[in-house]
Design a protein around this ligand. Sequence first.
Ligand code: HEM
Length: 146
Amino acid sequence: MSDETDQIEGEQVARKTPYERLGGREVIVAITNRFYDLMEADPAYAALRAMHAADLGPMRESLAGFLTGWSGGPRDWFASGKCMMSMHRGLPIARETADQWAAAMARAIADVAPADKVMADAMAGVLEEIAGSMVPVEAPVAASAD
Ligand code: HEM
């Protein structure tokens, strides 16, 4: 069996990317829009909303582009030279704010409800991990010499 195929019920089938399994561009855009709608409307995400610019339009475009390439779809966002982790490195992201990001994203994915629930849950889980990894780690306090 090659790396690009799976064995399902004795059949050799082409392995799909997460992007394809989720439903492609349409579903990615729907998840992104739902995510920013929730961020704008629900006070539970107020701290997260406050960190973003007044106009979320450019973010809707950008996050959808990132998630498209990241999940195995067209890589235009990455081809433009952007790096999502470097863009966040300087931000003072508190644990609570990272939790708000992950909660809003999990809710957006659940609301859009991609038919492939295994992949949808995997996406929510991995994005939660990434959001958590953006909380800056406090510099360790140097041990006192005395
Ligand atoms: C951990 C909590 C997070 C916080 C507080 C946060 C905050 C922000 C902020 C403040 C911006 C700039 C917004 C603006 O200029 O209006 C931004 C942009 C962005 N964020 Fe996050 N973010 C978080 C997590 C994530 C995660 C986990 C991802 C993707 C997996 C992500 C993807 C993006 C993208 C693609 C942009 C747009 C970058 C651009 O084109 O300029 N963010 N984020």
